[in-house]
Ligand binder design. Structure first.
Ligand SMILES: Cc1cc2nc3c(=O)[nH]c(=O)nc-3n(C[C@H](O)[C@H](O)[C@H](O)COP(=O)(O)OP(=O)(O)OC[C@H]3O[C@@H](n4cnc5c(N)ncnc54)[C@H](O)[C@@H]3O)c2cc1C
Length: 398
């Protein structure tokens, strides 16, 4: 069986690895637009910016791994078309046939309207090359647009490098949608304590460049004059190829519980997949862990395994001396209660988000020993002991 994987990112690399691990002996071709072999993106906004990670350490596999495992890695090449009827993909004039096709095309940064044409220096952070270009600029004055994960990690790296950082965020707190009003202030305080000028509930009205100076006008009536504008306002799934091919999409490639698209030969995994999660409903997750595990799951599915993908989303971040892990998913219907154990002011605690009678998400801040406990609690019934902060997290197992 001949398998083509479009997108040489983390999902694609893990799919190729799992195909060989499962004993697949047929052809595997992994095609990627970027000039690099597949790499991990989390270090791009952390260790690579801070200078604590070597650029060579970010790659998913050693360079020799692809040849050693007879995986044909085609970098610097973009798949331009998929023909679902004849089971071919096109890379320009070159046609590749497939028996199974995996779409692992990921996502690209959402553009800030008016920014790119403003003449100001504006950058986005998605690729290794973006990170390598940004790293030497961190000692300058950065205006970070968006207090999401990537924006905050860039802010932290820049402050640690000695740069001046202004963060502009529309919402009244960073990551309000994920952390809620109870815990989002933890990150606001963290960044203010480290000297970030955090402008919450604030929007950009204009970005202008004149006389060699950038002016960013804010709706609070103030102007900021950064050297560089770093935009981190979310990502859009790279589903245009699937749309063009006529696959079912809705802000991502629609896949069933097993990660199969509405064509029996086609699967999707990672940032581009709109997954029908049996426990959580329709969900597209932009997390490192999901790219790895969906990539592997899709590989097994392409080989005939029809188990659903059930794993809960998982995310981590590191900012200054704060490390955080988050497991689970608060759906559109929200949560009723957050149960916090530990000391929020000291930034060492756990939190459980409860909806109805279930724990829907769990998080720790600087309490790394709790990761497995949180994983075990997510999805579980939120009984009186779970809600009782006098009962230690470690005692909830039984
Ligand atoms: C700066 C940064 C920091 C992050 N930090 C964290 C973190 O701390 N924790 C966490 O959980 N997650 C983090 N993430 C998210 C995580 O990295 C992504 O969820 C993950 O990389 C998604 O993997 P993927 O393989 O689905 O897509 P991608 O990594 O986007 O890979 C897709 C690849 O497909 C290629 N491609 C697209 N279209 C085509 C085509 N037509 N032909 C050929 N190739 C194509 C793209 O160029 C790309 O290289 C971070 C992301 C970024 C950008």
């Amino acid at each position: 069986m001949n398998i083509v994987i479009i997108g040489a990112g983390l999902a694609g690399a893990n799919a190729a690895q799992e195909l060989r691990a499962q004993g697949h002996a047929g052809d595997i071709t992994l095609v990627g637009t970027e000039p690099h072999p597949p790499y991990e993106r989390p270090p791009l906004s952390k260790g690579l910016l801070l200078g604590t990670a070597d650029p060579d350490s970010v790659f998913a596999h050693a360079t020799s791994w692809y040849a050693d495992h007879e995986v044909q890695l085609v970098t610097g090449s973009t798949v331009t078309d998929i023909d679902l009827d004849t089971c071919h993909v096109a890379i320009g004039d070159r046609l590749l046939s497939y028996d199974r096709l995996l779409l692992a095309t990921g996502a690209h940064p959402r553009r800030l309207p008016g920014a790119d044409a403003s003449g100001a220096e504006v950058t986005y952070l998605r690729t290794l090359d973006d990170a390598l270009a940004l790293a030497p600029r961190l000692t300058e004055h950065l205006l970070v647009v968006g207090a999401g994960w990537i924006g905050l990690e860039v802010a932290a790296a820049a402050r640690q490098a000695g740069g001046t950082v202004t963060v502009v965020e529309n919402a009244s707190a960073p990551l309000l949608g994920v952390l809620g009003p109870e815990l989002a202030p933890v990150l606001a305080d963290l960044h203010r304590d480290h000297g970030v000028d955090l402008r919450l509930g604030t929007a950009i009205t204009a970005i202008e460049r004149s006389g060699g100076r950038t002016t960013v006008r804010l709706d609070d009536g103030t102007d900021v004059h950064p050297d560089l504008v770093v935009v981190g306002i979310g990502a859009e799934p790279d589903d245009s190829l699937a749309v063009k091919a006529g696959l079912a999409t809705d802000h991502g490639v629609l896949v069933d519980a097993t990660l199969r698209a509405d064509d029996p030969h086609v699967y999707a995994a990672g940032d581009v997949a709109q997954h029908d999660h049996p426990l959580l409903g329709r969900l597209r997750v932009e997390h490192w862990d999901t790219a790895i595990h969906q990539g592997r799951h899709a590989a097994r599915a392409m080989l005939g395994n029809d188990e659903p993908y059930l794993r809960q989303p998982y995310f981590f971040t590191d900012q200054y001396d704060l490390g955080l892990e988050y497991v689970g998913h608060v759906g559109p219907s929200g949560y009723d209660e957050v149960v916090v154990r530990g000391d929020v002011d000291e930034r060492r605690f756990t939190a459980l988000w409860i909806h109805g009678d279930r724990v829907v998400a769990g998080m720790h801040v600087n309490d790394w020993a709790t990761t497995d406990l949180l994983r075990a609690l997510v999805g579980r019934e939120a009984d009186a002991r779970v809600r009782d902060t006098a009962v230690a997290l470690g005692d909830l197992g039984g």
